[in-house]
Design a protein around this ligand. Structure first.
Ligand code: GDG
Length: 473
């Protein structure tokens, strides 16, 4: 019987060790996990990935494997060195900065590349140990760019989809990578390659044409007699989950609590993982400019800034954390008073009920990444606004800006433009807020995460039918 196998760097589970050394398993709440839940939990389907912990011994490894298998998950064990070189190294210090146009931060280290190759092979071995030729395989994200072709080599007719969750840079940036050809050849092992936006897809096709000398016809490439289709599939959110959570009694009671402590100020919200691509430092400088240029708002508006710790063993992220701490202190020191704090800054993550309460009380969401594949936070903010009041300020560098054109769209590098957008958002009439919110909600409700999964799987099936027809001609 054919089945579907999902592969990503991380399994959709959080495993932690209690003080007594016991292991606890919690399902991940991420959008991808929710969307693909309808697939991998079915029948014999599987999700393959790194479980996020190091096994202490073989006994523990076999226990974890057994537990995960009950949930249709198969762990790939990675050593401490592999995490350092393949994950923190090549994935997060080479590919991540390059793909987000921060190529000046990229490290080109042979040891990182060699580990990336080895770990992609390790994932391939894990897949080959369980996959059959008539299975459908869906590989996710930049940590596994080589995997489609490695699988293709051993299972030439198996159906393989690949989705990139981060931007694909323009050819002029991508070409800087010493391993550009191998990376493209790796992904081209898939039958269908998906990106969040049309621009990412165009950049990929241009890189394939300039580096691999393969031209495309309406997004279709023929490689070694095989069809490869490339297209944009903008990822949605689990809309109903956020709408439901926004109406939940626990969320409402937290909202009341926060509103009471914050007083009568207008509230702007920003939520990101700590990352230089998210434009956190620039956002703080913009808020400073705003309070300076429009002093009538001092004491009247606060910024609630949630920064979720991330990749804190990578140097660039440690530096960024210090910069953000410094900027928050500077703005609060410059403008704050005994009864007003300009920036409420939290460097930690919150449970969904708090997140929903924040989305509810925010008058404005300030989502200004320098680059973002999609950005789900802005979509969650919109889905949580049950009364349709609230304004979204959104960077044109986020994939989401292509769908949410009813937001106030800004260039995050134009600090004066964003400064004035904040004023415009705070002064927008309620009628206008509702008008824009209504349109954005209708879009997000329709193009939700379930729609995204169905669309991709359906298209993968169509490509395979096409391929079959071509082979039998
Ligand atoms: C990558 C791409 C693309 C955040 N803080 C808390 C929390 N979160 C949740 C949000 C949201 C998710 O984390 C962040 O998603 P983003 O899309 O904004 O960003 P990345 O993590 O960088 O994701 C991105 C995405 O992949 C999907 O393809 O959109 O462009 O970079 O869901 O709600 N969740 C909880 N507490 C927090 O404090 N519970």
């Amino acid at each position: 019987m054919s089945r579907t196998i999902i592969i990503s760097n991380r399994l959709p589970v959080k495993i932690s060790r209690t003080a007594e050394g016991e292991l606890s398993f919690r399902p991940s709440e991420g959008g991808l996990a929710t969307g693909l839940g309808s697939i991998y939990k079915e029948g014999d389907n599987l999700w393959i990935g790194w479980p996020g912990i190091h096994f202490q011994d073989e006994e523990e490894e076999s226990f974890v494997k057994k537990e995960l298998l009950k949930e249709n998950m198969l762990p790939v064990d990675l050593t401490t060195e592999e995490i350092k070189l393949y994950y923190e190294g090549f994935s997060n210090e080479t590919l991540w900065p390059t793909f987000h146009y921060f190529n000046q931060y990229a490290l080109y280290k042979k040891s990182y590349w060699q580990s990336y190759e080895r770990v992609n092979q390790k994932f391939c071995d894990a897949v080959l140990a369980v996959a059959n030729p008539d299975d459908t395989i869906w590989v996710h994200d930049y940590q596994l760019l080589l995997l489609p072709d490695l699988i293709r080599d051993k299972l030439p007719h198996v159906s393989i989809g690949f989705f990139l969750h981060i931007p694909f840079p323009s050819f002029e940036v991508f070409r800087l990578l010493p391993w550009r050809r191998q990376l493209l050849d790796g992904v081209l092992g898939a039958d269908l390659i998906g990106f969040h936006t049309y621009d990412d897809m165009r950049h990929f096709l241009s890189a394939v044409s300039r580096i691999c000398f393969l031209s495309n016809h309406h997004g279709q490439i023929t490689k070694d007699g095989r069809i490869v289709e490339i297209d944009a599939f903008p990822m949605g959110i689990d809309y109903d989950k956020y709408a439901r959570s926004s109406a939940a009694p626990e969320t409402l009671s937290r909202e009341v609590k926060y509103r009471t402590s914050l007083g009568e100020v207008k509230l702007m919200l920003s939520i990101d993982r700590l990352d230089y691509s998210k434009g956190i430092a620039a956002r703080l400088q913009i808020f400073d400019l705003f309070l300076e240029k429009y002093p009538q708002y001092q004491g009247k508006v606060s910024l609630l800034m949630v920064v979720v710790p991330s990749r804190d063993s990578v140097d660039k992220y440690k530096d960024l954390k210090e910069e953000v701490d410094l900027l928050v202190g500077r703005v609060n020191g410059k403008y704050g008073s005994v009864n007003w704090t300009p920036i409420h800054y939290f460097y930690r993550s919150f449970p969904l009920e708090d997140l929903s309460a924040f989305y509810r009380i925010a008058d404005v969401a300030l989502v200004t990444p320098m680059r973002d594949g999609m950005n789900l936070v802005c979509k969650e903010f919109v889905a949580s606004k049950l009364d349709q009041k609230g304004v979204l300020i959104l960077s044109e560098m986020a994939g989401a800006s292509k769908e949410l054109s009813e937001a106030i769209i800004v260039n995050p590098n134009d600090k004066h433009q964003v400064r004035d957008a904040i004023k415009k958002a705070l002064e927008m009439s309620e009628d206008e807020q509702v008008k824009h919110m209504e349109i954005m909600q209708a879009t997000l409700k329709k193009f939700n995460i379930h729609h995204w999964v169905e669309l991709f799987m359906q298209r993968l099936d169509e490509v395979n039918q096409k391929q079959l027809k071509m082979n039998t001609k």
